[in-house]
Design a protein around this ligand. Structure first.
Ligand code: AHM
Ligand code: MG
Length: 335
């Protein structure tokens, strides 16, 4: 039998790869692992809400019941705050970033960005959702509170990033820039165990993932590319939870697209805490990630915390092919 390697054990082993590591990043990744287990417990119970008598926003014990995305947000913030391993947090659920005061003079050099529960509209119908996270080294003076510039860093500055997928099993996938590894939660022992070592994305795949319902709202070059995917008999899969859709592409190969539409002229997905962390993971696995305007996602300079971006992410050969379609068919290229 193979020896089980837990997430905590793996993170500590990997700390040795960084000779001057202080253990802070290790601590942060462990905090995220703990928060993921707490969120997982609640996500698994979501279907019981109606049985346990939640009609008016309170459960049978009289506690107020929160929406799961807010619950996930609160748990992640609590876990990160309590350990003092980071000096600030930015979340999809909070308009502004949250500075975290130093604990007992322990100043931290990291900030964390996350989407606590991505694709949360899927919860009501028992379909997969996920958490996305990214960790940056702070830019501001460590003697004071963190500042906005700590969060508005290009994705190329990410120190670590990953996601948790609450699916048929719960999986945590992360990278610190030296490959991508995946850990499956074993509910019987309550530990994430190493299950996918050094994940590599296939160069091509059989899947494309896009909200085809918006087809007529896409630019012509994107419609041409989607027609091409259909001509190739690629299989269309779209869950409506970016984590789940990108996860499939990472493991089986393919391309995930969220282009600009008439409604979302700059795309819908958020650059800082959705596109960047997933792009870092996919690039580390050998994939590519660009905007539909052909800029590498990780090279985009964020101007605001909740900035949106278009995205084409996945198998390297397929992203290159999509790029060729845009170059060939965009009106700018035609005239
Ligand atoms: P959310 O963060 O509010 O859950 O929204 C993000 C989600 C992504 O997970 C998913 O890819 C996309 O929105 C789906 O959007 P649409 O319904 O427009 O296809
Ligand atoms: Mg989201």
């Amino acid at each position: 039998m193979n020896r089980i390697v837990t997430l905590d054990e793996f993170i500590i082993q990997r700390q040795k790869d960084f000779p001057f590591a202080s253990g802070e990043l290790t601590g942060l990744l462990r905090d995220i692992g703990v928060a993921a287990k707490i969120v997982n417990r609640e996500v698994n119970k979501a279907g019981l809400v109606s049985i346990l008598g939640v009609a008016d926003g309170s459960n049978t014990s009289g506690d107020t019941v929160q929406k799961l995305d807010l619950y996930a947000n609160e748990k992640l913030i609590d876990c990160l705050k309590n350990s003092g391993e980071c000096c600030g947090i930015a979340s999809e659920e909070n308009e502004d970033f949250i500075p975290i005061p130093a604990l007992a003079d322990k100043t931290s050099k990291y900030v964390v960005v996350f989407d606590p529960l991505d694709g949360s509209s899927n919860i009501d119908v028992n379909v997969s959702v996920g958490t996305i996270f990214g960790i940056y080294r702070r830019k501001s003076d460590p003697s004071g509170p963190c500042t906005l510039e700590d969060f508005l860093q290009k994705g190329t500055e990410l120190v670590a990033a990953g996601y948790v997928l609450y699916g048929t099993s719960t999986l945590l996938v992360y990278t610190t820039g030296r490959g991508v590894n995946g850990f499956t939660l074993d509910p019987s022992i309550g530990e994430f165990c190493l299950s996918h070592r050094d994940i590599q994305i296939p160069a091509r795949g059989h899947y494309y993932s896009v909200n085809q319902g918006y087809y007529l709202k896409f630019d012509v070059e994107m419609r041409r590319y989607i027609d091409h995917c259909s001509d190739l008999n690629l299989r269309l899969r779209y869950i409506g939870s970016m984590v789940s859709d990108v996860h499939r592409i990472l493991f089986q190969g393919g391309i995930f697209l969220y282009p600009n539409t008439r409604k979302y002229q700059h795309g819908k997905l958020r650059l800082v805490y959705e596109c960047n962390p997933l792009s870092f993971v996919v690039e580390q696995a050998g994939g590519k990630s660009i905007s539909c305007q052909l800029q590498r996602i990780l090279d985009i300079q964020p101007e605001t915390l909740h900035q949106r971006a278009t995205i084409a992410i996945g198998s390297p050969e397929m992203v290159d092919e999509m790029k060729e379609f845009v170059e060939k068919y965009s009106p700018a290229a035609l005239y």
